[in-house]
Design a protein around this ligand. Structure first.
Ligand code: PGD
Length: 763
């Protein structure tokens, strides 16, 4: 048995050299996840890319030839593929320069520090003169921009977030906006060894801590929490939070001394709460009409929160929506009004139900990193603006107080991501992807993105290559020796890029003359030397050979009892926050100075275009929640056994309340059509009382399978044909894929075959 690491857990496997013959969870994992079953079953699936391919139109007519997404592919040798790719890169860099190359290449890719796909492609493009990059993420694009203005750096906050064990020991009430979803915390970027998503909740509950889950989905929190479920209309959390704040303010329950010493701008915000300028008091009656939550329950909740040591946590999903800044900012404001920020068991958290690393103690040691080099190109886009960029070269837009201009992109290079999974309004993205002259994608699988590329290069899976890995804030650093040979002719991204770099005359610069094993030894050796020089006497790092032969090296943590903002609370002058005032900004002069009506200087309620209270709901009366899937990570390994086991007639399951099904004459197991003005998709119907009426839930991750005649119709169940490509706000320009309005109707046609379960047509 050899141990191996994925974003969703470590596993032990036996291999016959070609494929894995036995897989079981790593023995140290107290909460193992069935997602590991996707790996072995996907490795030799027909949807695996087994050799390089070039789109026929591009091959015959050159860059810019139409037919992307519909042309068949021509299988070619590696020699031919890398010659064509090197020639095209030379042409684009010479004729249009590095500003014409989009190399942002967003995506989760795979666990493993050396073969991290983005690091590889970024280093490669930097050797050629750089590329237009992206900033922020689809996960937290809104918070990443907002939080530095009001609370400090988000990544710092995540790394040093109050540990879950501290919450288990000290919290009396956890109010979780967006819940604490067990399926989300199964995953940690870079890998997770010991899952710790449920244990801390069970311990807290056993001690008497109460959980309130505020979410449209009852199962957004595990049974062990025995939580009270409050289900506001999706997208209305900001109104609910304002009313809680109003009760705290009106009833004198806000901690005035905390607000005075640790925050700025409460007075400005209080004017809004009290209706001093607009005449509307944001009280529970006002919020009840927006949220659907009874006013008495809101009032009582505010009092309960004031009476107990309360931890307010807001999930990342809430900011993946129109005006997503508001619930996050209000979560901070509520925690500040309660005055327990910086105390064990109290305060504010972000993402405790969003990823496994949040609330795990920070490591004392970093882990090795593959150097990406320097990118001389200054142009960037907020990641979710990709379609706008491609459709609107030269166009101007606002972002975080700046006026930016979209570059004119001629070539896209993607490695380790799937924009036709992660982006919104996929028909629009198809239109945008028709614009560049050339699109290059490396991926192990025929995803929808590879099916829109001109040059398609088959990448290895982690089980087919040597690497080492450790997830964010995870304590285990694993060797990851290859478990099998690569499927077909798949090659490591490093090997592909090394060959192309060589053909372009920058081979030495890219590889520094090292093979993969030489890089692993080199990076490990450098890391070991740096750690030894740091004077941390408590840690002895083994030599490389010992590490490589063992089952993982336990990395020490700094403080298992870490409490975020404890220093700040102890002395805000000596430990100011990284905000302009050094304090928590309930009112932000900086944000106010940008003059954005969609994100003013303090949090407010802004009515989204698509929610159950809007006019659009008359035509599309169901609020679709396009959340993270339970049986896979994003779109990864959708063809794997565990992911497939949940499909209904091969389609992604959509859940609605039984009353909504009855009203439409639908039954569990039916294939249905979900529709709005942007597109439609098929899905398999599941009925559940874990959703309130008026809600539909279709997770992301089904591989986009467009009808050949209509790219806005997905035959498989990808919700991103329905979601809007609208930014969160002018401030953050984040992704808003979480919510949109739809109708669900019976599907009366013949259920079409899926094309994504095999390769595209080849000639
Ligand atoms: P993945 O499916 O993880 O999705 O979007 P992301 O693009 O990260 O894509 C990773 C791709 O990399 C896969 O195709 C995989 O096969 C490939 N890959 C894996 N390992 C390697 C490798 O070593 N080399 C190469 N070359 N390729 C590799 C995720 C994004 O989706 C995220 S983070 C979020 S939070 C968003 N969430 C939502 C949402 O809540 N709602 C909607 N509607 N949409 C969303 N999209 C976003």
């Amino acid at each position: 048995m050899t141990t191996h690491l994925t974003h969703w857990g470590a596993f032990e496997a036996i291999s016959d050299g070609e494929r894995l013959t036995a897989v079981r969870p790593w023995r140290g994992d107290p909460e193992p996840m069935p997602l590991i079953e996707n790996v072995a079953s996907a490795q030799h699936h027909p949807a695996r890319i087994t050799q390089p391919h070039v789109r026929r139109g591009w091959l015959e007519h050159g860059p810019g030839a139409p037919g992307r997404g519909s042309d068949p592919y021509v299988p070619v040798s590696w020699e031919r593929a890398t010659d064509l790719l090197a020639g095209e890169l030379r042409r684009v860099y010479e004729r249009h320069g590095a500003e014409a190359v989009y190399g942002g290449s967003y995506g989760w890719a795979s666990a493993g520090r050396f073969h991290h796909a983005q690091s590889q492609v970024h280093r490669f493009l930097n050797c050629l003169g750089g590329y237009v990059r992206h900033v922020n993420s689809y996960s937290m694009g809104t918070s990443t921009v907002l939080l530095p203005h009001i609370l400090g750096d988000l990544y710092e906050m995540i790394t040093h977030a109050t540990s879950k064990d501290v919450l288990a020991e000290h919290a009396e009430l956890v109010v979780a906006f967006g819940g604490l979803s067990p399926k989300n915390v199964a995953v940690t970027p870079g890998g997770v060894s010991r899952h710790h998503g449920r244990g801390w909740i069970a311990s807290a509950r056993a001690r008497g801590c109460r959980f309130v889950s505020i979410s449209p989905l009852r199962d957004d929190i595990g049974d062990e929490a025995r939580a009270e479920w409050i289900a506001p209309r999706p997208g209305s959390d900001a109104a609910l939070m304002l009313a809680v704040a109003q009760v705290l303010d009106a009833e004198g329950l806000a901690d005035k001394s905390f607000l005075d010493r640790y925050t700025v701008g409460f007075d400005r915000f209080a004017r809004y709460l009290r209706g001093s300028d607009d005449g509307v008091v944001k009280d529970p009656r006002w919020a009840a009409s927006i949220t659907g939550v009874p006013a008495e329950r809101i009032t009582a909740l505010a009092r309960e929160m004031a009476a107990a040591r309360t931890f307010v946590t807001v999930s990342w999903s809430l900011q993946r929506a129109r005006y997503g800044e508001q619930p996050v900012w209000l979560g901070v404001v509520l925690a500040a009004m309660l005055g327990r920020i910086g105390l064990p068991g109290g305060g504010f958290g972000h993402g405790y139900g969003s990823a496994g690393n949040v609330g795990e103690p920070a490591r004392r040691l970093s882990v090795p990193r593959f150097p990406q080099g320097e990118n001389p190109v200054r142009t960037y886009i907020p990641v979710a603006r990709i379609a706008d960029m491609l459709l609107n070269p030269g166009g101007e837009y606002e972002y975080d107080g700046r006026r930016l201009v979209y570059p004119d992109i001629r070539l896209i290079y993607w490695c380790g991501g799937n924009p036709f999974h992660h982006h919104q309004d996929l028909a629009r993205l198809r239109e945008a992807f028709a614009r560049p002259e050339t699109i290059v994608v490396h991926d192990p699988f025929w995803t929808a993105t590879t099916r829109c590329a001109d040059i398609v290069l088959p990448a290895t899976m982690t089980i087919e290559r040597d690497d080492f890995g450790a997830g964010d804030n995870d304590r285990l650093f694993f060797p990851m020796p290859a478990l099998t040979r690569p499927a077909g002719q798949a090659r490591d991204d490093y090997a592909i890029l090394s060959e192309v770099a060589e053909k372009l005359g920058v081979g030495k610069e890219f590889t520094e003359g090292r093979t993969t094993m030489e890089w692993l030894r080199h990076l490990y050796g450098e890391w070991r030397t740096t750690q030894a020089a740091s004077g941390d006497a408590g840690v002895t790092i083994p030599g490389f050979e010992e590490f490589w032969a063992a089952d993982g090296f336990e990395l020490p943590v700094s403080d298992p009892g870490q409490v975020v903002f404890a220093d700040f609370r102890a002395d805000p002058d000596r430990h100011p926050l990284a905000t302009p005032s050094g304090r928590i900004e309930i009112f932000s002069e900086t944000i106010e100075s940008f003059g954005y009506p969609d994100c003013p200087g303090h949090p407010i309620w802004l009515e989204p275009e698509e929610w159950l209270g809007s006019a659009a709901a008359q035509r599309f009366p169901l609020q679709l929640i396009a959340n993270q899937p339970r049986t896979k990570l994003h779109s990864q390994l959708d063809v794997g056994a565990h992911s497939q086991s949940a499909k209904v007639h091969g389609r992604e399951p959509v859940r609605i309340h039984p009353s909504e099904a009855a009203a439409r004459g639908l039954r569990e197991g039916d294939v249905v059509r979900i529709v709005n003005d942007r597109g439609s998709c098929l899905a398999g119907l599941m009925l559940s009382e874990a959703l309130a009426p008026g809600i539909a839930q279709l997770s992301t991750g089904a591989w986009y399978d467009p009808d050949p005649a209509d790219p806005s119709f997905c035959r498989h169940g990808n919700p991103n044909v329905l979601t809007a490509d609208r930014p969160s706000s002018s401030l953050s320009q984040g992704c808003t894929g979480q919510l949109c309005l739809v109708q669900i109707e019976p599907y009366t046609g013949e259920v079409p075959e899926l094309s994504v379960s095999g390769p595209p047509p080849t000639v």
